[in-house]
Design a protein around this ligand. Structure first.
Ligand code: PLP
Length: 373
């Protein structure tokens, strides 16, 4: 049987009783939209992060978009981010009417090269949008200094970094606001779509609550436009509330698999051969995806198919090279580190309930295939 890069069914088998009880709790509560479960999850998620506020929204893309809008980003503004990210990061920026400005990433960890950010600041720059990609955090201190110097907001895209830490600080607690996705594959995943924004600032949270609710301050009365209907669903909120109590266990499970991959593949590592993920100084990685790199990536993927092992690429096309973002004006070659990585990276199966025998199959198949080169 072909392996999966990600599969929720083993987790569902283990957690079925609790998850179905969550559904029953909501269905029998008498309130199906913005009820006790959304409020309860918001409180729990804020408490997990030690911040004052959390607003549940309908998905991670809108979490990024509404966070930017709540901080005043709109048409004519620029937001500095990376092209090496999930396209939704940039979809969200465009959704505000602002323009995405890209800097390149570091060769070692594929995260924002913060040394390039200040040169990208213009009078139109309104916000910095670091993406804590793959499960570890961007180096925040240089961004904090740049934001302070130029009066910019910082929004963290934490869609891939639930529970990750940076010099002891939790991902999502380092910016003016932070956006999370609970898409099912994520480190904290719902059984459908979901998202949230956390912030310590009362006014930002008040703005978020209006933005997700048509722009209304009270029912039937709009105070802000454009508004959205971007509420977190009550059933997903109750499921997330239950799963949040297990987040640290999920993260530990991912780290254990990463340790096994490192042990099983370490001898293949070579400067011009296989490269395994590098955890940057001060980071505690949560391994949303386990991204490795090899110059003969495409051959490896082809050959592993014969071992019935499916691999993923996060992401095969840098955002700035996509037709849909051609209007941003970035030529191929303009972000060389991002482009070179996209041609060579691939991801091994990674989810906490990934069976040990599948981990072993992946390791031995890679040993065979790369050993043949
Ligand atoms: C998944 C993801 C998003 C979008 O989240 P959705 O819930 O799918 O809308 C945004 N940014 C990053 C980095 C992501 O990985």
């Amino acid at each position: 049987m072909t392996t999966h890069v990600w599969d929720y069914l083993p987790e569902y088998e283990k957690e079925r009783a609790d998850l179905l009880d969550a559904v029953e709790t909501v269905f029998s509560s008498g309130q199906l939209v913005l009820g006790k479960s959304v409020r309860g999850f918001e409180e729990d998620f804020a408490a997990y992060h030690g911040v004052r506020h959390c607003t549940g929204v309908d998905n991670g893309t809108n979490a990024v978009k509404l966070a930017l809008q709540a901080l005043g980003v709109g048409p004519g503004d620029e937001v500095i981010t990376v092209s090496n990210t999930a396209a939704p990061t940039v979809v969200a920026i465009e959704g505000t009417g602002a323009r995405a400005v890209f800097v390149d990433v570091h060769e070692a960890d594929y995260l924002m090269d913060t040394a390039q950010v200040e040169a990208a600041v213009t009078p139109r720059t309104k916000a910095l949008l670091p993406v804590h990609l793959y499960g570890q955090c961007v180096d925040m201190a240089p961004l904090e200094a740049i934001a302070a110097r130029h009066g910019l907001a910082i929004v963290e895209d934490c869609a891939q970094a639930h529970g990750a830490r940076h010099h002891g600080r939790l991902s999502g607690t380092m910016g003016d606001a932070a956006a999370f996705s609970f898409y099912p594959t994520k480190v904290l995943g719902a059984y459908g779509d979901g998202g949230a924004v956390v912030t310590d600032d009362d006014a930002t949270d008040a703005a978020l609550r209006r933005l997700r609710y048509y722009g209304m301050e009270k029912t039937y009365y709009v105070v802000r436009s454009p508004g959205h209907n971007s509420r977190l669903d009550e059933v997903q909120a109750e499921i997330l509330r239950r799963k949040l109590t297990r987040l640290d266990t999920y993260v530990e499970g991912r780290r254990e698999i990463a340790r096994r991959y490192e042990e099983g593949l370490g001898d293949l590592v070579a400067p011009d051969g296989l490269r395994l993920p590098v955890t940057s100084p001060g980071n505690e990685h949560v391994y949303y995806v386990y991204v490795v790199r090899h110059p003969r990536r495409d051959e490896i993927i082809e050959r592993l198919k014969r071992h019935d092992i499916a691999l993923n690429i996060s992401y095969p096309w840098p955002v700035h090279t996509m037709t849909g973002f051609a209007h941003l004006g970035y030529a191929t070659g303009s972000l060389p580190v991002t482009e070179a990585a996209a041609a060579e990276i691939f991801s091994l199966p990674m989810y906490p309930s990934l069976p040990v025998d599948v981990q072993d199959r992946v390791i031995s198949a890679l040993q065979d295939v790369i050993g043949e080169f």
